[in-house]
Write a protein that binds this ligand. Structure first.
Ligand code: FAD
Length: 336
């Protein structure tokens, strides 16, 4: 177990903007977690969990305890004719889990290759890419409920999953994800419906490794590598609007892209809205709308959280004025 006072989180988050927490604790098992939660120095303080810090922005010093799971085991649980169950601890690097599945010929996780972060957060965020979301392969989430002070195993249907959303996000300090159980297919099946993956359908020697490799290459060409340029990935969620609103926009912008979002609702790519608002490359201090993908705000070197927030608000206002759509952040902004 680790418990540190006045901990600098700057290098622990992928935005790399200056960030501090009064306390930072790591635990490897449930006994250590309970010891942390019961530490007399931490009583009455706000509490939150973090993983790889790839979807977090701290706008002021956090006057509480940031808790991080440090257990990193992946266990094959069992199988039937068609599926295999795999349990991964919350602290497992997400892409190590995806690689484990690919290396073991397990189908279902490959489209989620190379997403930064850890397993615990992936179940909170319901991470998604290339037509697949974490909820599609999760079967159960093992949590510590800090309100009821006991461990619970939640079936995927109890987790309230939606687009980058879950029940856990509604109770941010209540549930600490300990491990996640996934159900993967051992029968060959791919999801290649997303644009750049479609051409793989023609590949006679298609394999999980090829799909993973293709996705990693696309992601490397489109998204900033946090090692060299700070970001938290997509800063904004893709907004969902009514069909009536969409049709009105379509009359003015014939090329507006869209995806059906169920029951007369339409999803519009936020990146397109931002680019068409003339915001590509626009900067406030060291924060900039990424020129290769407008959905991302990057730290060009010396951004502060205030720079990022000022730019985020400028983007929100400009897009709202032009399209009458209020973009909401995908990034978890702490302290705003
Ligand atoms: C370059 C880049 C590309 C990205 N691409 C994608 C993408 O394609 N798709 C996508 O969905 N996301 C993407 N992201 C966002 C990010 O990778 C995901 O949201 C990821 O799941 C965050 O994981 P993390 O471990 O870093 O979580 P953190 O950022 O540390 O935390 C995220 C949230 O989860 C909570 N949390 C973390 N661990 C736990 C736990 N054990 N128990 C309870 N709550 C917890 C935190 O309190 C916080 O609210 C990208 C980010 C970057 C930087």
């Amino acid at each position: 177990m680790k418990l540190l006072r006045d901990f600098d989180l700057t290098a622990t988050t992928t935005f790399h903007v200056p960030a501090l927490t009064r306390w930072y604790g790591e635990f490897e098992n449930i006994e250590q977690l309970c010891a942390l939660l019961e530490d007399p120095r931490l009583q009455g303080l706000p509490r939150m969990c973090m993983g790889g810090g790839s979807n977090l922005l701290f706008v002021k010093p956090y006057e509480g305890i940031v808790i991080r799971p440090a257990s990193r085991d992946i266990t094959l649980l069992g199988s039937d004719n068609e599926t295999v169950s795999v349990k991964a601890d919350a602290g497992v690097v997400w892409d190590d889990f995806v690689k484990f599945c690919v290396d073991n010929d397990l189908f279902g996780a490959e489209n989620l290759s190379y997403i930064p972060g850890e397993v615990g957060a992936s179940a909170v965020q319901n991470v998604g890419a290339y037509g697949v979301e974490a909820k599609d392969i999760i079967s159960a989430v093992h949590v510590y409920d800090t309100t009821d002070r006991r461990q619970k195993v939640l079936d995927v249907t109890d987790c309230g999953y939606g687009y980058r959303d879950s029940m856990f996000k509604k109770f941010p300090s209540r549930y600490i994800v300990l491990d996640v159980t996934y159900r993967l297919s051992c029968k060959e099946s791919y999801n290649l419906e997303y644009g750049p993956l479609k051409e793989l359908k023609e590949d006679a020697d298609l394999s999980l490794r090829k799909v993973r490799e293709r996705i990693i290459n696309i992601r490397k060409s489109k998204l900033p590598d946090p090692e060299y340029m700070g970001s938290a990935g997509s800063f904004f969620k893709n907004p969902v609007i009514t069909l009536k609103h969409f049709n009105a926009l379509k009359e003015r912008y014939a090329d507006i892209p869209s995806y059906p979002a169920g029951q007369g609702m339409i999803k519009v790519p936020a990146g397109w809205l931002i680019e068409r608002s003339g915001l590509k490359g626009v900067a406030v201090g060291g924060a900039q709308v990424y020129t290769r993908q407008c959905l991302v705000i990057v730290n060009t070197g010396n951004a502060t959280a205030d720079d990022v927030v000022a730019l985020y608000r400028h983007v929100q206002d400009t897009v709202s004025d032009k399209f009458d759509i209020l973009l909401s952040p995908e990034v978890n902004i702490i302290g705003l």
